[in-house]
Design a protein around this ligand. Structure first.
Ligand SMILES: Cc1cc2nc3c(=O)[nH]c(=O)nc-3n(C[C@H](O)[C@H](O)[C@H](O)COP(=O)(O)OP(=O)(O)OC[C@H]3O[C@@H](n4cnc5c(N)ncnc54)[C@H](O)[C@@H]3O)c2cc1C
Ligand code: FES
Length: 254
C-alpha cells in the first residue's frame, strides 16, 4: 500500500449527486478490479473508501455518490486540487480460467468496480451478461458502460428496461436461461445478500464486494469486521484487508 498526493484532473457531475473523479495515478503498484482506495478529505480524521472504477498508466477514476459531508466536500474538488490517497487496498475479484459464462450484477454506484472487472474479462474474451439496475433511467449511466457486452437493464419505476429491481430480473432469468459459471455482484447490501443466497441455492460460485464502514482501511483498527463461516463455526474477517471481495456463501449476514 502506498500514500500519494494526486492532482485532480476532472470532477464531473454525471447525474444528480453522482460524480466521476479522475486524478493523477502516482502509484507504483497496479490497482486490480475489486480493489479500492482511501481518500483523505479536509476536516475529516477518517479517510473515505471508494472502489476503483478505471485505471490507466497516468490516471485513476472513481464513481461516487454524494451521501454525506465527506462526499459533499469531494464533489467540490476542482482540477488542480491535491488529494491524499491511500491504495491499492483490499483484494481483487477472483477470476478463474474455467469461468466462461459470467453474470455481473450491479446496482447504483456498486457498478464502479464491476465495470473495471468487465473490461478485464472482455480482454479475456469471456461471455459476459451484465445486469444493471437503478431507481430510474436518469441513474443508469449508459455512457460509461463498456461496449461488446450483453446488458440487461431494470429500473424500479419502469422508465427503462425491465420494471422492478435487478434482483427480480436475475431471479426470473436464472430459471429460464442456462446458468452462469460464476456471478460477480456489487451494490446495496440487500442485493448482495439476495444474490449470495441465490448463488448458494443454484450452486453457482459468487463473489460480492462489501461496502462496510471503515476506519483505517489497512487492517489495523478492526472497525470493519464481518462474520464469515469457517469449518468449526464462524470467524471475524476484516473487510478492508481480507475483502472487500468475499465469496457469497461465506458471509454471515447480520
Ligand atoms: C470498499 C468500499 C468501496 C466503496 N466504493 C464506493 C464507490 O465506488 N462509490 C461510492 O459512491 N461509494 C463507495 N463506498 C461508500 C463510500 O465510502 C461512502 O459513501 C462514503 O464514505 C460516505 O462518506 P460521507 O462522509 O459522505 O458520508 P457519511 O457522513 O460518513 O455518511 C452519510 C450517510 O451515508 C451512509 N454511509 C456512509 N458510508 C457508508 C458505507 N460504507 N456504506 C453504506 N452507507 C454508508 C451513512 O449511513 C449515512 O447515512 C465504498 C465503501 C467501501 C467500504
Ligand atoms: S478499517 Fe481498520 S481494520 Fe478494516
Amino acid at each position: 500500500m502506498e500514500i500519494k498526493n494526486c492532482k485532480v484532473i476532472k470532477n464531473q457531475k454525471i447525474a444528480e449527486k453522482h460524480f466521476i473523479l479522475k486524478f493523477e495515478n502516482k502509484f507504483s503498484k497496479e490497482f486490480l478490479p475489486g480493489q479500492f482506495l482511501m481518500v483523505a478529505l479536509p476536516h475529516f480524521y477518517l479517510r473515505r473508501p471508494f472502489s476503483v472504477f478505471k485505471v490507466n498508466k497516468n490516471t485513476i477514476s472513481i464513481l461516487y455518490k454524494v451521501v454525506g459531508k465527506g462526499t459533499e466536500i469531494l464533489s467540490k474538488m476542482k482540477k488542480g486540487n491535491i488529494l491524499n490517497i491511500l491504495g491499492p487496498c483490499g483484494n481483487e475479484f477472483n477470476i478463474e480460467q474455467k469461468y466462461e459464462n459470467i453474470w455481473i450484477i450491479g446496482g447504483g454506484t456498486g457498478i464502479a468496480p464491476l465495470i473495471f472487472l468487465s473490461e478485464k474479462l472482455k480482454r479475456k474474451n469471456k461471455n459476459i451478461t451484465f445486469f444493471y439496475g437503478a431507481r430510474n433511467k436518469n441513474l443508469l449511466f449508459f455512457d460509461i458502460l463498456p461496449a461488446g457486452i450483453e446488458y440487461v437493464f431494470s429500473t424500479n419505476d419502469g422508465s427503462y428496461g425491465y420494471k422492478g429491481t435487478i434482483f427480480s430480473i436475475v431471479e426470473k432469468m436464472i430459471k429460464k436461461e442456462e446458468k452462469p459459471d460464476v456471478i460477480y455482484c456489487g451494490g446495496p447490501e440487500l442485493l448482495l445478500q439476495k444474490v449470495s443466497s441465490l448463488s448458494v441455492r443454484h450452486k453457482i460460485p459468487s463473489f460480492i464486494t462489501l461496502e462496510n464502514f471503515m476506519g483505517c482501511g489497512m487492517g489495523v483498527c478492526y472497525g470493519c469486521v464481518i462474520k464469515v463461516k469457517e469449518q468449526n463455526g464462524w470467524e471475524y474477517k476484516r473487510v478492508c484487508k481480507d475483502g472487500a471481495i468475499f465469496r457469497g456463501e461465506e458471509v454471515i449476514w447480520q
